[in-house]
Design a protein. Sequence first.
Length: 102
Amino acid sequence: MDINMKVQPSFFDEECAIVFSFYFDQEAKKIGEAVIYTCEEVDCLKMDCQADSKELKEKVAYVEQFSIVKEYQSASMEKITHFLNILGIKKCRQRKIEEVLN
């Protein structure tokens, strides 16, 4: 399944998070979008930028929005996972999954 993915990153100081907005289309037809928050695992839970420990914390991604046409959900998630792996993020947790009707 050949789908196109566009990524728009942004940074949220108050949450110490990089947020990636993903947009998917196939042959110029929009098939959905996803929003992924990435941050240090402890900071994502506390929403606190102050780190008392100097130890290296693992980066984690949280799926905040995943509104993709059902038949494209698996291929879209594979593309997102591949993108995150390139960035060194191995954990991806899903919070919300929505189906988009045609």
